[in-house]
Design a protein around this ligand. Structure first.
Ligand code: NHW
Ligand code: EN5
Length: 388
């Protein structure tokens, strides 16, 4: 079934439900001197390359590989189109290792044909904060699929993570692998229903006309919560306190410090947007919401080439009702011309999805940990982690 994954320290199907197995690392770290010093072998026509994402040229190559070969929906109508600015933000994070931004080139042409990345993160699982790699952007060129290149890439990133004395990882995928720690549902809130229907992202509901649909999804011109404003650099300490306190309740969540909050949540044009509620009385920050920008290419449509999507990121409501806070997030996303606002059913998101007219999508997102066992599969609402 899973010739590669069966050999890896991940939860195996045969162990599901076995409550005698302890929570924590599946296998112990090995001495660094025992970590393989040379890269894994690639098929003879290919070579490893470390991708310098600060180089305009390399960033362009990575951008194009992903734009043409990365994740599609199950009917191949849309493909993620991460922007260059987004990729630099996602990869050049506090404490990153350039050696974890791994490419594969064709030896002759030097064309970039595959990619995988890791970034360092501190992830709390129950009471333990674990240094991990977050693995993302695994991509093999369409013409090189099903040649078992992915397992080599995964082993190589694992080796380079081990060289930094890190032994655990977190990753998400739309496909089922051995074995998810949680399975989440994507939900979608139409902001531009006419375009979404025209491009086949959504359908006109039964007994619905276009004009009734447009009216159904109409939003106010401006936000409603008093004290709602964009996050600024000066807000980093208070937002960090608010977010740390909030994330403490989930089984799995990042352990963010002020540096992380500045990197991941300070607004960054066309990459990440963050808003907060500053109490008009005492200037306390009581609520926070954020979303990132991830357009998708629309494959084979005459009139439109991109779908502008916002993805719910981290949200904390202590005073404003969460539904009202997220309605304001929808209003700013609409002002910024997004076509759709997407969210997973993680954290407390279930509390606003239905009220704010999100509908379930046809995609799921499975969360995984590498070399870390948890006692029971989690409900999505027990997850406090969003990967890009
Ligand atoms: S999920 C997005 C992954 N990328 C895409 O879907 C893009 C489009 N697809 C492709 O480029 C976010 C290819 O289809 C890929 C597979 C490259 C996906 N994760 O080379 P073969 C991430 O980036 C297994 C893990 O022949 P291929 C997260 C598959 O089950 N494994 O396939 C990445 C099979 O193994 P099995 C995946 O289609 C996390 C083997 O690959 C997978 O040409 C990575 C087949 O390989 C996926 N998404 O290429 C793991 N898709 O045992 C990190 C397929 O079943 C682990 N496979 O025979 C942690 C590492 C760090 C540890 C540190 C301590
Ligand atoms: C890890 N960082 O399938 C990345 N998206 O629902 C890997 N469906 O957009 C993650 N098929 O349901 C990979 N419209 C997993 C995600 C892969 C991409 C994917 C799904 C998520 C998606 C859309 C379009 C479907 C097109 C045909 C969808 C329905 C929207 C509708 C709006 C109105 C209310 C009801 C729902």
């Amino acid at each position: 079934q899973h010739k590669f994954w069966e050999t890896q320290p991940v939860g195996q199907y045969k162990d599901v439900g076995d409550s005698t197995l302890p929570e924590g690392p599946i296998e112990p770290p090995t001495p660094l001197s025992e970590v393989k010093q040379e890269p894994y072998n690639l098929p003879a026509a290919y070579e490893w390359t470390t991708c310098d994402m600060d180089s305009e040229e390399t960033c362009d190559e990575v951008y194009l590989l992903l734009k043409n070969n990365y994740v599609e929906d199950d009917e191949n109508m849309f493909r993620f189109n991460y922007s260059k600015e987004f990729l630099t933000w996602a990869l050049c994070v506090p404490g990153y290792y350039k050696s974890w931004h791994i490419g594969v080139r064709a030896k002759g042409s030097k064309k970039l044909v595959a990619f995988i990345t890791g970034i360092p993160a501190r992830i709390r699982v129950n009471d333990n904060v674990v240094k991990m790699a977050e693995i993302n952007f695994l991509c093999v060129h369409k013409k090189l699929r099903s040649k078992r290149l992915a397992p080599v890439m995964i082993k190589e990133v694992t080796r380079r993570v081990h060289l930094e004395n890190i032994w655990q990882a977190a990753y998400t995928a739309g496909v089922v692998l051995p074995t998810p720690v949680a399975t989440c549902q994507y939900w979608h809130r139409s902001l531009n229903p006419k375009k979404l229907i025209d491009v086949g992202f959504s359908r006109l509901g039964a007994r619905m006309t276009m004009s009734r649909t447009i009216k159904l999804y109409k939003l106010p011109e401006s936000t409603v919560t008093s004290g709602f404003r964009r996050m600024e650099l000066r807000d980093v300490p208070e937002v960090t306190r608010l977010l740390r306190n909030y994330l403490g309740q989930f089984v799995v969540a990042p352990d963010f410090d002020e540096n992380d909050v500045e990197h991941w949540l300070l607004p960054h044009e066309d990459v990440v947007d963050s808003y907060l509620v500053e109490s008009p009385e005492n200037h306390e920050i009581t609520d926070f919401c954020s979303f990132y920008t991830l357009p998708s290419s629309i494959l084979g449509n005459q009139s439109y080439s991109t779908l502008k999507a916002a993805y719910s990121y981290y949200n904390v409501a202590t005073k404003t009702p969460l539904t009202q806070l997220m309605n304001d997030a929808l209003i700013v996303a609409k002002q910024k011309d997004f076509d759709v606002f997407n969210a997973l059913d993680v954290m407390h998101n279930e509390g606003f999805l239905k009220d704010l007219k999100f509908g379930p999508g046809d995609g799921q997102l499975h969360y995984y940990l590498y070399n870390y066992r948890i006692r029971n599969a989690m409900k999505p609402s027990e997850l406090g982690l969003v990967l890009l």
